[in-house]
Every structure is written in C-alpha cells, then in structure tokens.
Design a protein around this ligand. Sequence first.
Ligand SMILES: NC(=O)c1ccc[n+]([C@@H]2O[C@H](COP(=O)([O-])OP(=O)(O)OC[C@H]3O[C@@H](n4cnc5c(N)ncnc54)[C@H](OP(=O)(O)O)[C@@H]3O)[C@@H](O)[C@H]2O)c1
Length: 218
Amino acid sequence: MKAFVAGATGETGRRIVQELVDRQIPVRALVRDLTRARAILPAEVELIAGDVLDLRSITQAIGDSTVILCATGAKPSLDPTGPYQVDYQGTKNLVDVAKDRDIQQFVFVSSLCVSNFFHPLNLFWLILWWKQQAEQYLKTSGINYTIVRPGGLKNEDNSDPVIMSGADTLFDGSIARQKVARVCVESLTSLQARNKVLEIISTPTAVAKSWEDLFSGV
Ligand SMILES: NC(=O)c1ccc[n+]([C@@H]2O[C@H](COP(=O)([O-])OP(=O)(O)OC[C@H]3O[C@@H](n4cnc5c(N)ncnc54)[C@H](OP(=O)(O)O)[C@@H]3O)[C@@H](O)[C@H]2O)c1
C-alpha cells in the first residue's frame, strides 16, 4: 500500500500522515508549500508540490499511490467560491484522477450535518452543501470509498471512546483530530469500512469498542 494524502499540512491531515508513518505505510503528501510542509511533516514522507484545483499537478503527484486520503478544506475567507472550489471541485478532481488509476480506496474527511441545508455552517459559503456534493460524486464514482463525517474537531486528544454510526444519525458533538486520523487510517485495512459513511464523535460515557466492531456496527 502507498498512501496519497491531500491536505497533508492541515491539522487533521498531518495526524493522518503520522498515523500512516507509524504503521510503516509509505506516504506521498500533496502540499502547496514545500518548505512549510518539511517543517510540519515527518522526514520519511515524500512531499509533492501541487494543488487540488490543478488537475495536471495532482495527476503527476499521485504517482504510484494505491489509496487516497483527502483532508482538504477551504479556510474561512471573503471568497464566496472557497468551499465550492476546495471542498467540491478539488475533491472531484482527486476522484477523477483516482478513476484513471488503480486506486483501491478513497477516504474523504467530510463533516456531520452535510445533509442539513439550513445548518448555520452553510453561512460559510455553503460549505456543508459543497461537501455533500463531493460525497455524492465520490459515492457514484465506482471507487471504493470511506466517507468520514466528524463532529467539531479538537486538537487535544483524550481517552473518550468513539461513537460511530451511519449517515444522518448524529447531529451534535465533537472529536479529537487524532481520533479522526485513526478512523481514516484504520478504514484502509477493514473491509467493514468499505463504501460506508461513518459519522463520528467521542464522549466520556461511550462504550469502548474495537475498530472492527465500530465499522461493522454501521
Ligand atoms: N473544524 C471543524 O470543527 C470541522 C468539523 C467537521 C469537519 N471538518 C472538516 O474536516 C477537514 C479537516 O479540517 P482541518 O481543520 O483539520 O483542516 P485544516 O487544518 O484547515 O487544513 C486544510 C488543508 O487543506 C489544504 N488545502 C486547502 N486548499 C487546498 C488546495 N487548493 N490544494 C491543496 N490543498 C489545499 C490546506 O493546505 P495549506 O496547509 O497549504 O493551507 C490544509 O492542508 C476539512 O474538510 C473540514 O472542513 C472540520
């Protein structure tokens, strides 16, 4: 397995990269700024300069990768096209490139509540709606996928067990980015995680379960 990570310098992406490295899975990381990425990511990671909005750059960047993990996200800004471009068009570009390759699995970090058009987060240029369009494109692409929809993301990890359930069943809650990264990477090796939408949060009162039990419960 060789993993291609888009959004590798992001707060979740860098944790995904570390989880892959910890499991000795080779990583090709798509980054926009090589110098900044070198300071953030482990030395053994192959850095490839590119942008998900530039189809040609990602076609070259994917190289001989066999799985793709996408943790990109538009930064809040005054540009109303940000989420359309990054969260939808950028993901669609990755899916299109994946379709031309022998990509075994595409893991996409989406969000809780993407199906709720009237959610306040859509005030940020329809970000949830564009994420849902990206999910739809991936689901109908024919590529094996795992769509991970986390609740509010936190940088600090904790020992709270993960709650995992299917599409449009969780509407509130938060989770550490480290746990999101673990779910993404564990899903690469579990058939039970294939072609599923996984909504995840964590709480101190949840019952701890194995990854296999969590995946097969959805
Ligand atoms: N914040 C929350 O509470 C929350 C909740 C649920 C879901 N989510 C979603 O979870 C995902 C990860 O969130 P995060 O906060 O960890 O992300 P983040 O730190 O904002 O990182 C976003 C990443 O996307 C990259 N990126 C943006 N535009 C790009 C482009 N055109 N080409 C290539 N890369 C590009 C950024 O690259 P640079 O480093 O070069 O800028 C960065 O690596 C996002 O999709 C987010 O919407 C967030």
